[in-house]
Design a protein around this ligand. Structure first.
Ligand code: NAD
Ligand code: UD1
Length: 361
């Protein structure tokens, strides 16, 4: 649909302008490579990039991503199934690309505590592989899904980018080391990179059914199903929960901001408000109409106690301001989970599209 619109514009111009016909995509559309497109944030980015009239190429190995997250856009994207690391796909995927939005990762703190080597490979080795391919392909800019977990348990709140990082979990170490690689590729090779330190992103399509799922996706679906959620610890830990549209906005701004403002730099992306888990549970009780109680279990290893973003740098240099705040985001997310049948046995059944056309064609 989007491509048809651009095709017709290109046709009219060549008819009446008398110019040599130019391929519509080369003149009018930017090409984005989105890694981890079948994931929660990657699929939201893909929908928005398509909506702004640009092209999406993408890579995913479905390790945590889901086919149904991209089923409705599958025919509009150049999707390549495979691992970023060691599959040989990544160099070809970077060819002709303007911007890379690097989302692919094993995005779980407890999973990294359980299997640090898998976390290291997916979250760090794969990033270095991608950076080499991006450098060789002369990609304009790489925007990286960094993590606020890099701050660890530093007592200062809010967290600002000039603070010394203090990662606790293997996941946080790999995400922070990936940031350093991003910056070093800018300094050593001139590849423009921008790191966005996301603060607990939530919203539609976040996987609720893995033991490693984000707390809000889990709580909402459990409470909608009438099941009892569990708080690890005493529930006083707090997060700057950030609705996914804000992260999408930040990525698009990061691609377009002047290099002098953003290249080689790190930016917090959050909302600038924090809420603890006990309060979050009570709010969800109200929104969902859940009458049950929460149960408590021991605190998780590697868990950060409090998290809150200082946003001055992102506001000044990216032009970022959060558009959707916590409670509104929570309501939208509850509505979304309500509107789909979120039982695990029904997930994945919508996906039937065989293979999307290659955008190079
Ligand atoms: P997600 O698990 O929904 O998405 C990750 C995607 O990457 C999945 O589709 C998975 O299949 C794919 N993937 C993983 N390893 C891969 C590999 N080696 N090759 C190809 N594909 C691979 O996670 P998400 O919540 O959408 O997170 C996206 C990114 O944002 C991650 O880099 C994560 O570390 C970062 N991040 C997320 C949050 C959050 O709160 N969700 C906060 C900070 C940073
Ligand atoms: C999350 C992201 C991570 C990101 C980081 C920083 C996920 C799965 N993790 O980690 O990718 O880099 O934010 O932005 O998206 N909890 C419960 N009960 C549950 C599940 C969790 O009490 O059933 C607690 C946890 O112990 C933790 C808090 O909720 O204190 C948040 O946990 P979680 O959603 O897994 O996110 P983070 O570990 O903060």
């Amino acid at each position: 649909m989007v491509q048809e619109v651009f095709l017709s514009i290109a046709y009219e111009r060549s008819m009446f302008g008398g110019a040599v016909p130019v391929r519509y995509d080369e003149r009018l559309m930017a090409r984005y490579l989105i890694t981890g497109v079948a994931g929660f944030i990657g699929s939201a980015l893909a929908r928005e990039v398509l909506a702004q009239g640009d092209q999406v190429r993408s890579l995913d190995n479905f390790s945590t991503g889901k086919r149904e997250n991209i089923s409705e856009i599958f025919s509009q994207i150049d999707f390549r199934e495979g691992d970023l690391l060691g599959s040989g796909l990544v160099h070809d995927a970077c060819r002709g690309v303007d911007y890379i939005l690097h989302e692919a990762a094993i995005a779980s703190v407890p999973r990294s505590v359980k299997d640090p080597l898998a976390s290291h490979r997916a979250n760090l080795d794969a990033t270095v592989d991608l950076l080499i391919a991006a450098r060789d392909a002369k990609v304009k800019r790489v925007v990286y899904a960094a993590s606020s977990s890099a701050y660890g348990d530093t007592p200062t709140l809010p967290k600002h980018e000039d603070m010394t990082p203090n990662p606790i979990s293997p996941y946080a170490v790999a995400k922070l080391a990936s940031e350093y690689y991003m910056t070093s590729f800018y300094r050593c090779y001139g590849l423009e990179t921008v790191c966005l330190r996301y603060f607990n992103i939530f919203g539609p399509r976040q996987d609720p059914d893995s033991p490693y799922s984000g707390v809000l996706a889990k709580f909402i679906t459990q409470m909608l199903r009438g099941e009892q959620p569990t708080i690890f610890g005493d529930g006083t830990q707090s997060r700057d929960f950030t609705y996914v549209d804000n992260a999408v906005q930040a990525n698009l701004l990061a691609c377009k901001a002047p290099a002098s403002e953003v290249a080689g730099r790190v930016f917090n992306i959050g909302v600038g408000q924090r809420v603890d888990l006990n309060e979050t549970f009570r709010l969800l009780q109200k929104i969902i109409g859940y009458n049950g109680e929460v149960k408590y279990a021991p605190e998780r290893a590697g868990d950060v106690k409090h998290s809150l973003a200082e946003l001055t740098r992102a506001k000044r240099h990216l032009g970022y301001t959060p558009k959707i705040y916590f409670e509104e985001g929570l309501r939208r997310t509850v509505e979304w989970y309500r509107s789909v049948d979120s039982r695990p046995d029904n997930l994945g059944t919508q996906f039937s599209n065989p293979r999307a056309p290659n955008v190079d064609a």
